[in-house]
Design a protein around this ligand. Structure first.
Ligand code: AMP
Ligand code: MG
Length: 491
């Protein structure tokens, strides 16, 4: 029976084959007592992987990398990266393996990747393992991001290994099966560039074009077009993070994809109260990756990508710089357009022109709402949702959240004159996000073996825009004693 199920899908080893210099064939560590904790049936179906098969003992072993299916060639990927501004020439998958790619039911090539699958040659001092809490955290937050229409890697499954892993205390080990349109990162290009093998760098760029931006191949300068496409994708992505109050927390160049998908949900968090300086990661002591810094840091990372790709733009270094600078120069405008357009949608305003009197009025209203938020502690998510009630004639819920009532009334009067559409607002302003205190509560229970709170929360964040009765506690700001929330990288 399992053989029949396996014959319905085939893994490809395209990355391993085309970019062998970046791929170290490796095997996952054997798990003593596997237990499937959560499986994404819809995503499995999308991949043509039958959920029934994945629930069999062999399927669970596949999700751990212990059963290697036909065509799969598990590899650890090599990459470099700037971590908090400092360059590491060799990072790579220290505790992860790319199992291979699968052609999904819509004809898209998707990576299946395992995180927590044991030490690899890139593990350095790490133990190669991952634990249940942080893997479920990535599962929950990445599924929430997907439901918020934000490009992201997806979570296919979390399997507990049955092994205890040493962290501050002994914690249950787990492997996350992750799906992505690829795992190519800015750091992959930095690594290839550092080898000084220009043919490899070109092959990597060709692979990226073919998988993500095939239209670039038709451009006059395909590699410049590839770079421009990454700039545009990241500008849009980071604008979307900002619009929902997402703080990634570890925007190192090895954690920035070429595809424009959000990757690596280690120390991330959604802000509760609006705060441009919001930082959650315990290791981000300088606040490098604070909420408001994210666009600037994305641009900084893209400059590192440009440096790595420079020899592809022109054989003459001098001549390569000007087009790279020009392409990177588009980031700010693209980011601002995406963010401003998104803010107008959050305020229920028609797309309209960005220029002229109408554009100026919208721009002042956007500035005005940010000023109101900055003034308070105001819960970011609740405020926009409540503002739709103002548009429906009941200003109490939103007005009650701000300190300066006169400022709110003046702002709301101008805003109402533009006839904001509350239905449009409810389509883009989520009611439910993965609030930190609820994430912690669900993960603590799961670590103790009770998955019910996790599964309930997962169900809630998968429909973020539709308000449902009985789910009030999921909309509430954290209790006062929740304090300064801290997240951890060494997961
Ligand atoms: P991150 O910034 O969390 O994506 O990780 C940075 C680097 O550390 C990557 O090369 C990871 O593979 C590696 N790493 C993180 N945790 C471990 C671990 N427990 N064992 C081995 N390598 C790890
Ligand atoms: Mg990473």
């Amino acid at each position: 029976m399992t053989a029949a199920a396996e014959s319905t899908f085939t893994f490809e080893g395209r990355f391993a084959r085309e970019l062998a210099e970046l791929a170290v064939p490796w095997q996952a560590e054997e798990a003593p007592e596997p237990q499937l904790l959560v499986l994404n049936d819809a995503l499995a179906d999308e991949l043509g992987l039958s959920p029934e098969y994945l629930r069999t003992p062999e399927g669970v072993r596949l999700l751990l990398g212990n059963h290697v299916p036909t065509g799969a060639t598990p590899v650890a990927q090599a990459y470099a990266g700037h971590q908090f501004g400092g360059y590491s020439p060799l990072l790579g998958d220290g505790r992860a393996l790319l199992l291979g790619e699968i052609l999904d039911t819509e004809g898209r090539l998707r990576d299946v990747h395992l995180k927590g699958s044991g030490r690899t040659p890139f593990a350095r001092a790490g133990d190669g393992r991952a634990v249940v809490g942080p893997m479920l955290r990535e599962y929950l937050v990445s599924e929430a991001m997907h439901a918020l229409n934000i490009p992201t890697t997806r979570a296919l499954a979390v399997v507990a290994t049955g092994r205890l892993v040493r962290r501050d205390t002994m914690l249950p080990g787990a492997v996350l099966a992750r799906v992505a349109s690829s795992h190519l990162r800015v750091g992959s290009f930095q690594y290839a560039r550092a080898t000084e093998n220009m043919e490899l760098l070109r092959r990597l760029a060709d692979h990226a074009i073919s998988r993500h931006y095939p239209e670039s191949a038709q451009a006059e300068h395909p590699y410049l077009a590839l770079f421009e496409a990454v700039v545009a994708a990241q500008a849009k992505l980071v604008a979307q993070w900002m619009l929902v109050g997402f703080v990634h927390g570890v925007m190192n160049t090895d954690n920035m994809t070429i595809s424009g998908e959000t990757i690596d949900y280690g120390p991330c968090a959604f802000m509760d109260a609006f705060n441009p300086a919001a930082v959650y990661s315990s290791i981000d002591v300088g606040g490098r990756y604070a909420y408001a810094n994210q666009p600037v840091l994305a641009e900084w990372n893209l400059a590192r990508l440009a440096e790595a790709m420079l020899p592809l733009f022109n054989e003459d270094q001098e001549q390569a710089v000007a087009p790279a600078v020009e392409a990177l120069g588009k980031f700010r405008g693209q980011y601002s357009d995406a963010w401003f357009g998104g803010m107008k949608a959050k305020l229920g305003l028609a797309a309209g022109p960005a220029e002229g009197a109408e554009g100026d009025e919208a721009s002042e209203l956007v500035d005005g709402v940010i000023a109101l938020l900055k003034d308070g502690p105001v819960d970011y998510t609740q405020f926009f949702r409540n503002l739709a009630h103002t548009a429906r004639g009941n200003s109490r819920p939103a007005r009650g959240m701000v300190l300066d009532l006169a400022a709110f009334d003046a702002w709301a009067g101008r805003w109402a004159a533009l006839k904001p559409d509350p239905v449009q607002m409810d389509r883009v302003n989520p009611v439910y996000i993965p609030r930190n205190h609820l994430v912690e509560e669900a993960l603590a229970a799961a670590t103790e073996g009770d998955l019910d709170p996790f599964n309930r929360f997962l169900d809630v964040v998968r429909s973020p825009y539709e308000e449902r009765e009985g789910l009030e506690r999921y909309t509430e700001a954290p209790p006062e004693d929740f304090g300064n929330y801290r997240t951890f990288c060494g997961t």
